[in-house]
Design a protein around this ligand. Structure first.
Ligand SMILES: NC(=O)c1ccc[n+]([C@@H]2O[C@H](COP(=O)([O-])OP(=O)(O)OC[C@H]3O[C@@H](n4cnc5c(N)ncnc54)[C@H](O)[C@@H]3O)[C@@H](O)[C@H]2O)c1
Length: 719
C-alpha cells in the first residue's frame, strides 16, 4: 500500500500500475471535501516519490465514482470573500494538474456518477473508460456556479468548444452513449468489465501503443481555432445561452466566457481565468440561494427518509379512488416507480381516461428511447383498473382522489374504510377540505391523513403530507414512504384551510385582486412578476389552475380565515367566473387560449376580459414595478411566517422548498424565508407597513416585528 487514508488509498497492482481508489469512509458517496482533497494531494506525493510506477488507474470503491465537491463546505468558504473561495479551490486544482503531469499515463475507470469535480478529475487523466450505467457531467450552473477545477479548460480541449459550451451551460448529466459520441470518454463497457478494460487501455499506453503524451499536450495547449470562427461560435452561443438562462441566472454565460477567454492560452493561464469567473459567480446572490436550496433539499430528503424508517412496513400495494386528472396521474406515477396500484372509479369513462393518459405518457418515453416497449407493458400492467372493491383487503395505502365535495368524500371514505384491513392507511388528495373534518365519519381516524399531490402529478415534485389531529405517526410514516417511493418530495404539514401551499398562494392572489381593483393592468402585473422570477404571473397562473377551482378555494380560505381573507369586494376572478371564463380548461379566462403548432395552449390577450372587468375596477393607472412586487409578495410572506409560527410547517427550509416544488417560487431567490432574510426583516416590516390600509393581509405578525427589532433572521447561522 503506497498510501492509505480515510478517503482514498493507493495500492500497487501487477505490472507497476498504481490504483488510486476513492472510498470515503462513513459516507455512501465519494465527494471532494477538504479531507479528500488533502489526502489526494498526499497520495500524489506518494505516487510522485515512488520510482517504479508505470501507470495510474483511478477507481472508486463505491457505486458512484465521485459526485462532486462537498457543497456543505461552500457556505463558509464563499462568505470569506474572494480569498476564501480561491483557498477552497486551489488545492484540488493543483492536484488535478499534478495528476495530469505525472510522468506516467493515467486512466479513470468511471463506474457510476462522475459529476462536477468528479468528472473534472477524470478529465485530468489521459484516458477515460466508462461503465454502461455511469453518468458524467458538469452541473455547477445548477448552483449558480461554473466548474472551478478545470472543467471549462479541459472539456473544450477534449470534446471541442461547441459541445463543451453546450454541456457546461446546460449542466446536464450525460449518458454513456452521448459521452462516447462526444469523445468525452474513450470506451463504454459493462460495469463488471470496467476495471479490466481500463487496465488494458492503460497497458497499451504503457507499452507505447497509445501516445498519451500527445493527448496530454492537447489538454495543456491553446485550442487551435480560427479567430473568426471562434468569434462567431462564441457570439451565437452566448446569445443563445443567455436567452435560455435569463438574467437571473448569470453563470451559464460566465461559463461560456471562461471557455472563450481560456481557449487561446495555456492550461495555467486558462485555469486562472476560470478561477476568476468562478469567484465572480460564487459571490452572486443567485449562487448563495441555489447553494442554500441544495442544502435545504438535502435536509428535506433526510427528514423524509427519517419518516420512512419509522414506517411499520414497506409499501407494496396501493389503490387510488377516482381515475380523473389526479387519480390517473397518481396511478401512473405509482406504476412508473414500481408500486402496483388499483385504480377504482364509479364510471368506466373515468377509467378509460386515466388509462389513456398513462398510455400517452409512457408512449412518449418509448418514443424518446427512454423506455423499452417491454418496460412500458410492465408498467401498464401495474395499474389495475376496477369498478369494484375486490382485493382492497390487501392494500397498504389508499389515496382518495374523487371529486372535491365533502359529502361525496365522506361517503367514499367511510365506504372504503369498510373494505380495507385494520391497518390500511387512507389518504385524501383533497386540495381544500380540512383533514379533521374529512376524518369525522371514520372509525379509525388515526389511519387517515392528507396526501396532496399537485397537477400534473408526474411533473410536480411536491407532495404535502397533512397530519390531522388524530393521525398516527405510523400513518404519516407510511405515506411519506410511499411518496419517497414515487420519487416525490414529501413535506409533512399540519391541517388548516389550504394546508401550507394553498394557504400562502391565496393571499398572493388576494394581493393581485386588490391591485386589479385599484386600477392595475393584469397583463402588466403578470409581466412584472414573471420578470421577478415566477414561471407565470398571477392572472396566467389562475387561468392554468382553473378559475372555478380558484374561486372555490378562495371561498374555503375566506371561511377559514375571515379576518384576513374574507371577501370585501368583487374580485377579478369572480368576474371571470361569472362570465363562464374558467381559464385554460375552456380556452378563456383572463386570457384566451389557442393551440400553438405543437398543440399546446398559447395565451393571447383579449379585450373581452378588460370590458368585463371595467365596471368593477378603478380607472386604469400605472403602478411602479416595486409597488406591484411588494403588494403581491407581502401577503404571501406574512402568511408563510404565520404558518411557521403556528407550527403548520416545521422549519423555514421545509416551507421554502414546499413553495419552490409546489408552485415554482423562483429558485434563484432561495425561497420566501431566504428572500425575507436577504431583504432584512426590518426593511420588510417597513415595506409592509406602507400598505397597512390594504387590510390584515398586509400586517406583519408580532413575532416578525420582534425579530426585526432584534435583527434576527429565519435561517440564522443555519446556512
Ligand atoms: N385538478 C387539480 O389541479 C388538483 C390538484 C390537487 C388536488 N386535487 C384534488 O384531487 C381530487 C380529484 O380532482 P380531479 O381534478 O382529479 O377531479 P376529476 O373530476 O378529474 O376526477 C374525479 C374522478 O372521481 C370519480 N369519482 C367520483 N365519485 C367516485 C366514487 N365514489 N368512487 C370512485 N371514483 C369516483 C369520477 O368519476 C372522476 O373520474 C379533488 O379532491 C381535487 O380537489 C385536484
Amino acid at each position: 500500500m503506497l498510501f492509505s487514508g480515510k478517503a482514498l488509498s493507493v495500492q500497487m497492482l501487477d505490472n507497476g500500475i498504481a490504483e488510486l481508489k476513492f472510498d470515503l469512509q462513513g459516507e455512501s458517496v465519494n465527494k471532494f471535501n477538504r479531507l479528500t482533497v488533502s489526502e489526494f494531494s498526499q497520495a500524489l506525493d506518494a505516487i510522485e516519490a515512488a520510482k517504479d510506477i508505470k501507470g495510474v488507474l483511478l477507481t472508486s470503491g463505491k457505486s458512484v465514482f465521485i459526485v462532486g465537491a462537498d457543497i456543505t463546505e461552500f457556505g463558509g468558504a464563499f462568505s470569506a470573500g474572494p480569498e476564501g473561495i480561491a483557498d477552497l479551490m486551489n488545492k484540488n486544482n493543483e492536484n488535478i494538474s499534478r495528476l495530469e503531469d505525472l510522468p506516467v499515463p493515467s486512466v479513470a475507470a468511471i463506474n457510476g456518477y462522475a459529476l462536477g469535480g468528479g468528472f473534472e478529475v477524470c478529465l485530468g487523466c489521459d484516458y477515460r473508460v466508462m461503465g454502461d450505467q455511469a453518468k458524467v457531467g458538469l452541473p455547477e450552473v445548477k448552483l449558480g456556479l461554473i466548474p472551478g477545477w478545470g472543467g471549462t479548460v479541459r472539456l473544450p480541449r477534449v470534446v471541442g468548444v461547441d459541445v463543451a459550451a453546450e454541456w457546461i451551460a446546460a449542466g446536464k448529466e450525460q449518458r454513456p452513449d452521448a459521452a462516447l459520441t462526444a469523445h468525452a470518454v474513450d470506451a463504454v463497457v459493462p460495469t463488471d468489465k470496467l476495471k479490466d478494460a481500463a487496465l488494458k487501455l492503460l497497458g497499451r499506453a504503457i507499452d507505447g501503443e497509445l501516445d498519451y503524451k500527445a493527448r496530454r499536450e492537447i489538454k495543456k495547449s491553446p485550442i487551435p481555432l480560427n479567430d473568426i470562427e471562434a468569434l462567431m461560435a462564441f457570439f451565437t452561443t452566448k446569445a443563445f445561452v443567455g436567452a435560455q438562462a435569463g438574467k437571473n441566472y448569470p453563470s451559464p454565460v460566465k461559463a461560456v466566457e471562461s471557455i472563450e477567454q481560456g481557449y487561446k492560452v495555456t492550461r495555467e493561464e486558462a485555469l486562472k481565468i476560470e478561477q476568476q469567473k468562478f469567484i465572480e459567480c460564487a459571490q452572486t446572490d443567485t449562487a448563495k440561494s441555489l447553494v442554500g436550496l441544495f442544502l435545504n433539499d438535502q435536509k428535506i430528503g433526510k427528514v423524509a427518509k427519517g419518516w420512512e424508517k419509522k414506517a411499520d412496513k414497506k409499501i407494496e400495494r396501493a389503490a387510488v379512488l377516482g381515475a380523473g386528472i389526479m387519480g390517473g396521474g397518481i396511478a401512473y406515477q405509482s406504476a412508473y416507480k414500481g408500486t402496483p396500484i388499483k385504480m377504482k372509479d364509479i364510471d368506466q369513462k373515468g377509467i378509460d381516461l386515466g388509462l389513456k393518459e398513462a398510455n400517452k405518457l409512457l408512449s412518449k418515453l418509448v418514443q424518446r428511447g427512454r423506455m423499452t416497449a417491454e418496460k412500458m407493458g410492465e408498467t401498464l400492467n401495474r395499474i389495475e383498473p376496477t369498478l369494484s372493491y375486490d382485493g382492497f383487503d390487501d392494500i397498504d395505502v389508499v389515496v382518495e382522489a374523487v371529486v372535491e365535495n365533502p359529502k361525496v368524500k365522506h361517503a367514499v371514505l367511510k365506504e372504503v374504510e369498510g373494505k380495507v384491513t385494520e391497518d390500511t392507511v387512507i389518504a385524501s388528495n383533497t386540495s381544500t377540505i380540512s383533514i379533521d373534518s374529512l376524518a369525522e365519519p371514520l372509525q379509525r381516524p388515526e389511519n387517515f391523513l392528507g396526501m396532496h399531490f399537485f397537477n400534473p402529478v408526474h411533473k410536480m415534485p411536491l407532495v404535502e403530507v397533512i397530519r390531522g389531529e388524530k393521525t398516527s405517526e405510523n400513518a404519516i410514516a407510511r405515506v411519506v414512504a410511499y411518496a419517497n417511493k414515487m420519487g416525490k418530495k414529501a413535506i409533512v404539514v399540519r391541517d388548516c384551510p389550504g394546508f401550507l401551499v394553498n394557504r400562502v398562494l391565496f393571499p398572493y392572489f388576494a394581493g393581485f385582486s386588490m391591485l386589479v381593483r385599484d386600477g392595475a393592468d393584469f397583463q402588466e402585473v403578470d409581466k412584472v412578476m414573471e420578470r421577478w422570477g415566477w414561471p407565470m404571473g398571477p392572472a396566467y397562473l389562475m387561468d392554468v389552475v382553473g378559475i372555478d377551482t380558484g374561486v372555490h378555494a378562495e371561498e374555503v380560505m375566506a371561511e377559514g380565515f375571515p379576518e384576513r381573507m374574507g371577501k370585501t369586494f368583487t374580485a377579478a376572478s369572480d368576474v371571470m367566473y361569472e362570465a363562464g371564463r374558467y381559464g385554460q380548461k375552456n380556452d378563456k379566462g383572463f386570457y384566451n387560449y389557442e393551440e400553438d403548432k405543437k398543440g399546446k395552449p398559447k395565451k393571447v390577450a383579449t379585450e373581452e376580459s378588460y370590458e368585463l372587468l371595467k365596471p368593477h375596477v378603478a380607472d386604469r393607472r400605472e403602478f411602479e414595478k416595486d409597488e406591484i412586487i411588494e403588494r403581491m409578495m407581502v401577503p404571501m410572506a406574512t402568511e408563510l411566517a404565520r404558518c411557521l409560527e403556528e407550527g403548520i410547517v416545521e422549519s423555514p427550509a421545509e416551507a421554502d422548498m414546499a413553495l419552490i416544488y409546489g408552485i415554482g417560487f423562483p429558485p434563484f431567490r432561495g425561497g420566501i424565508f431566504a428572500w425575507l432574510d436577504k431583504v432584512g426583516l426590518d426593511a420588510f416590516v417597513k415595506m409592509a407597513d406602507k400598505y397597512a390600509d390594504l387590510g390584515e393581509l398586509y400586517k406583519p405578525t408580532e413575532r416578525m416585528r420582534e425579530m426585526a427589532a432584534k435583527g434576527e433572521t429565519y435561517y440564522g447561522d443555519d446556512k
